[in-house]
Design a protein around this ligand. Structure first.
Ligand code: NAD
Length: 290
């Protein structure tokens, strides 16, 4: 299959390389000068998109996605598919899907979880929104780049699933970290805290699989000085998208709102930038109630 791939950053580059390795003809484009094994580079997004059966985008945000879509949709052949794997706001995902549909194209919003490690290993999870026909066209490519693809519903549903999941993740990480900090102050050993909570009703992915306390639970970024992992600023990006969607849909999300405010403070004023999102624990450790 001839595939256009636009946005060859930390995630896009290894995803495109995996498609090329599987035997597809991949033509890439990025604003910056990058080289990806097996991928030939085009001079523009439109050039990478022209003649492609599927065009995949992996871009920083919805504004950039809309600009790139404006440029490349006119260059795409009728019946070809636009597959956006970036994490963007639901409104942008729906607007781009509408624009693609008017131009006679198929489209899927298919954000991923699994991070840079999953992109390199080809073990991402895709959460997809779009018609059944569009999903069917993209699915063989999801199988190469990932280990699981869930068709969540119509256009925008993939982004909706992603931000709801990550809103739970942000809230749960904060709850886990503040509970550890409280346990410290109550004189409870962290290993004992883990042993109890990880097998009791307070268990969660953040406690059991990604424990924010160094030396406790399975290996996690806490064990390597909170190097990401999943950076606090990316958590903040997803939490902001969840609140933007909540505004737009008139949904009451007080915990999501509180988590957004806390990660905002952490990233913008408390040294959280560039740290893993589990570094909320040392943040709480240093503080009292005041
Ligand atoms: P990145 O910044 O490394 O890559 C984005 C790439 O897009 C860059 O190479 C940039 O030069 C390119 N780009 C920007 N504007 C462009 C344009 N107009 N035309 C062509 N290329 C352009 O970011 P990333 O970490 O690869 O993340 C990409 C997306 O995946 C984001 O939406 C992010 O939220 C999401 N995501 C990231 C992770 C992660 O762990 N990094 C995990 C899940 C989802």
């Amino acid at each position: 299959m001839k595939i256009g791939f636009i946005g060859l950053g930390n995630m896009g580059a290894p995803m495109a390389a995996n498609l090329a390795k599987a035997g597809h003809e991949v033509v890439g484009f990025d604003m910056t000068d990058v080289a990806v094994e097996g991928v030939s580079m085009a001079g523009s997004g439109a050039e990478a998109a022209s003649g492609a059966e599927v065009v995949i985008t992996m871009l920083p945000n919805g504004q950039i996605l809309r600009a790139v879509a404006n440029e490349m949709i006119p260059a795409m052949a009728q019946g070809s598919a636009l597959v956006d794997c970036s994490t963007v706001d639901v409104d942008s995902a729906r607007a781009v899907a509408e624009q693609a549909s008017v131009a006679g194209l198929l489209s899927v919003d298919a954000p991923v979880s699994g991070g840079i490690g999953g992109a390199a290993a080809g073990t991402l999870t895709f959460m997809a929104g779009g018609t059944a026909e569009a999903f069917a066209k993209a699915e063989p490519l999801f199988d190469i780049m990932g280990q699981k693809a869930v068709h969540c519903g119509e256009a925008g549903s993939g982004q909706a699933a992603k931000i709801c999941n990550n809103m739970i993740l942000g809230v749960t990480m904060i709850a886990t970290c503040e509970a550890f900090a409280l346990a410290d102050k109550l004189g409870l050993d962290r290993q004992k805290m883990f042993d109890v909570v990880s097998t009791s009703s307070g268990y969660s992915w953040t406690m059991n699989a990604y424990c924010p306390a160094p030396g406790v639970g399975p290996q996690s970024p806490a064990d390597t000085g909170y190097q990401p992992g999943f950076a606090a600023e990316l958590m903040l990006k997803d939490l902001r998208l969840s609140q933007q969607a909540a505004e737009s849909a008139d949904a009451d999300t007080p915990m999501g709102q509180a988590a957004t405010a806390l990660y905002e403070k952490f990233v913008e004023g408390e040294g959280g930038l560039g740290m893993d999102f589990s570094a909320m624990l040392p943040r709480f450790e240093k503080r009292g109630r005041g």
